[in-house]
Design a binder for this molecule. Structure first.
Ligand code: XMP
Ligand code: MG
Length: 175
């Protein structure tokens, strides 16, 4: 058991289990993207470790870039607007692989995907370290998922609880 801030977390996935799954995902991506030179687009901050590990396993020619999504609580009834910070590449005609740490309700990606689509990429697929199928509320489907988990809060392997825990090599689940 570990404690982060005020909460206790139990071991959930070891770095060995994670690494094995990532190799399997990379194997699929390698088969799907031969000759296509995909642009891997990591969503900061949570995906940086998953993106680095997945990217190292890619055997196809590939580029990587990172963006940060900022959500603003709108004063209008439209609610949150999510915009990308730091996207420099032109996505037009590129094969994009979005890399996320976790798809929870799906709100983040369902808001962000239309912005990418507007640039008319050749294709967009989503690779996510985790999904919480029972928490999903928006129409977002990952093409490559390392693990499906129950609807509980997790930390480690890039994911944080209030800023801490990202550096844990294993994944932990809230008690
Ligand atoms: P949505 O609901 O937009 O949420 O799919 C995705 C974002 O919410 C954060 N999130 C978590 N972060 N442990 C975390 O450390 C969790 O269990 C968790 N669930 C959701 C995360 O930032 C993700 O990108
Ligand atoms: Mg995140």
């Amino acid at each position: 058991m570990i404690t982060i801030h005020d909460k206790e977390f139990a071991p959930f996935l070891t770095s060995e289990e994670i690494s094995k799954r990532i190799k399997a995902l990379a194997w699929k991506i390698n088969a799907d993207y031969a000759g296509k030179r995909p642009l891997v687009l990591g969503i900061l901050n949570g995906s940086f470790i998953f993106a680095a590990d997945l990217f190292r396993e890619l055997a196809v020619e590939a580029e990587i870039s990172f963006i940060k999504l900022a959500s603003y609580k709108g004063t209008t009834t439209t609610g949150n607007v999510i915009t990308a910070i730091g996207l420099e590449e032109t996505l037009t005609d590129r094969h994009i692989i979005i890399v996320e740490d976790i798809i929870d309700t799906g709100k983040t990606l369902s808001t962000f995907l239309p912005q990418l689509t507007r640039q008319q990429p050749a294709s967009i697929k989503i690779a996510t370290f985790l999904t919480k199928p029972t928490a999903l509320k928006y129409d977002v489907k990952a093409d490559y998922t390392a693990f499906e988990i129950e609807d509980k809060f997790v930390v480690g392997y890039g994911l944080d609880y209030d800023g801490l825990g990202r550096n844990l090599p294993d994944l932990y689940i809230l008690k």
